[in-house]
Design a protein around this ligand. Structure first.
Ligand SMILES: C[S@@+](CC[C@H](N)C(=O)[O-])C[C@H]1O[C@@H](n2cnc3c(N)ncnc32)[C@H](O)[C@@H]1O
Length: 187
């Protein structure tokens, strides 16, 4: 993404700011703005040195249309109320020719890896979590949300339906994470 040389990056669901910090390091020329609807998470991001932080819902962004060169969201879109409404809102705040970058968990497509990962996700992880944290249900929710979140060709179709072009999908770490890059026409 550094090749795109963006001047402005919006990091949605910025949480405690790790992804926003990485974006800032890779794109030192860019202003990075972080948005989250949790004041507590923004306090943690601020403590890590992030400056441009805004408390807002990603589905109703307090920015004018065509304000950013890149909108990024890492491990955030999956939990949003409406994936399609969130993507439309991201598209609205992107400039013509701007890019959206989505990073999130996915299920590997290679069958042997898929079977092993599903065993880990649905059985081992909730059991381990129950022993270590007492929070089995949170990890059950995580597993279910990964299963239902659009991935691969389905995510590409969703991005096309939200009027993004040139959609790329790159499975990472054997497919347990997927990266999508798509562009707004023009620019
Ligand atoms: C797993 S954390 C994100 C971590 C961060 N992106 C990173 O990779 O460093 C998920 C965050 O999404 C935020 N979030 C979920 N839905 C949101 C929404 N509709 N608008 C803004 N923030 C949202 C939560 O408050 C939480 O801080």
């Amino acid at each position: 993404m550094a090749d795109l040389k963006p001047a402005s990056i919006l990091d949605l669901a910025t949480g405690s700011g790790d992804f926003a910090l990485a974006l800032g390091k890779c794109n030192p020329q860019a202003t990075v703005v972080g948005v989250d609807f949790s004041a507590e998470m923004l306090r943690r991001a601020q403590a890590k040195g992030l400056q441009n932080l805004i408390l807002a819902d990603a589905l109703r962004l307090p920015f004018q249309s065509a304000s950013f060169d890149v909108v990024a969201v890492a491990y955030g879109l999956r939990n949003m109320e409406s994936w399609s409404d969130a993507l439309h809102e991201m598209r609205r705040v992107l400039r013509a020719g701007g890019h959206v970058l989505i990073l999130d968990f996915s299920i590997p497509t290679w069958q042997p890896m898929r079977a092993i990962y599903r065993l880990y996700l649905h059985l081992c992880l909730p059991m381990l979590a129950a022993v270590l944290t007492g929070e089995k249900s949170a990890y059950r929710y995580l597993a279910d949300s990964i299963e239902t979140f659009p991935q691969g060709e389905t995510m590409k179709s969703l991005l096309h339906a939200c009027n993004f072009k040139h959609v790329l999908w790159k499975p990472l770490s054997g497919g347990i994470v997927s990266l999508y890059l798509a562009q707004v026409e023009g620019g």
